[in-house]
Design a protein around this ligand. Structure first.
Ligand SMILES: Nc1ncnc2c1ncn2[C@@H]1O[C@H](COP(=O)(O)OP(=O)(O)O)[C@@H](O)[C@H]1O
Ligand SMILES: [Mg+2]
Length: 264
């Protein structure tokens, strides 16, 4: 759903950065397993940036494995909701703590606490606090989460869905998605420089799910969400490899790397 209002001025200068679960966790692990060295390096790169930034991280093995085990992508399961939410909160806590260690004033925001979905899609999400936090120099850190759902009881609210919602609500200037691939790859494994509504249909056949456990559609889910953002709000996004040292800092310094997802 389209955010109800824009709390920021157009061209707000806000950057929204996703740190993919595949970049900072071992997605093949049966339970939550963080790649701590990778996290530390990425946080040091984020610390080079001084502008307004919202961070959204994926759930990786902290969420997808539980979500799959309890069928949370299909409907409500009380124990599943508790265990999955606790697990993604644990990852969020590690990430917020790691960012603080790099002197980034990170604050945790759990979408479960301020969002409602309708059949798997955001119906409403309270975001007024985010722009106020940014105005005061804080760095909000959201994440993939479980969410109460008016149709299914509960659902999985992926970081790939919250990210464009927040980006649109804040009129973000730049949206970057750091994942574990060099961008969106074609059949030969080469990075597709640009995806637009015009070429998406011909590229789609090369884009698939995740190599690890991911209940929210892997790369194809990600591209679909941010292509919609480009179409709806004219906000471009870049998908790049956050596991390549220097990439996060380069993106934050203004470079476009990886695949650009754009309206035209
Ligand atoms: N065409 C493609 N280009 C890049 N990655 C792809 C493609 N098709 C499938 N993938 C898989 O999707 C993964 C990215 O999705 P995902 O694991 O959900 O990342 P994240 O954890 O960042 O959300 C890649 O690491 C790769 O395994
Ligand atoms: Mg994913």
């Amino acid at each position: 759903m389209t955010p109800p209002y824009n709390s920021s001025k157009p061209d707000s200068g806000i950057t929204v950065l996703k740190i993919g679960g595949s970049a900072v966790t071992d997605k093949n692990a049966k339970a939550g397993l963080a790649k701590e060295e990778e996290m530390r390096r990425i946080f040091k790169e984020i610390a080079t940036f001084s502008g307004k930034i919202v961070i959204v991280h994926g759930a990786g093995s902290f969420g997808h494995t539980h979500a799959k085990a309890y069928g949370l992508d299909k409907g409500f399961h009380q124990e599943g909701v508790l265990i999955t939410h606790d697990s993604v909160r644990l990852l969020n806590e590690m990430i917020v703590k790691g960012l603080r260690e790099e002197n980034i004033p990170a604050v945790p925001l759990h979408p479960f606490s301020f969002s409602v979905c309708e059949d798997g899609r955001i119906k409403s999400m309270f975001v007024d606090q985010i722009s106020l936090m940014l105005d005061h120099g804080l760095v909000p850190v959201l994440h993939g989460d479980v969410c109460m759902d008016t149709v299914r009881g509960s659902c999985i609210l992926s970081g790939d869905q919250s990210l464009p919602y927040v980006a649109e609500a804040l009129c973000a200037k730049r949206v970057g998605l750091g994942s574990a691939a060099d961008g969106v790859l074609d059949a030969d494994g080469k990075v597709i420089p640009k995806i637009t509504p015009k070429n998406f249909d011909s590229m789609k056949m090369h884009i698939g799910g995740s190599a690890g456990t991911d209940v929210t559609g892997g790369m194809l889910g990600k591209v679909s969400e941010i292509l919609d953002l480009a179409k709806r709000a004219g906000i471009d996004s870049s998908i790049f490899n956050a596991n390549t040292p220097g990439n996060v800092a380069a993106y934050l310094s203004g470079k476009n790397i990886g695949t650009l997802i754009s309206r035209d």
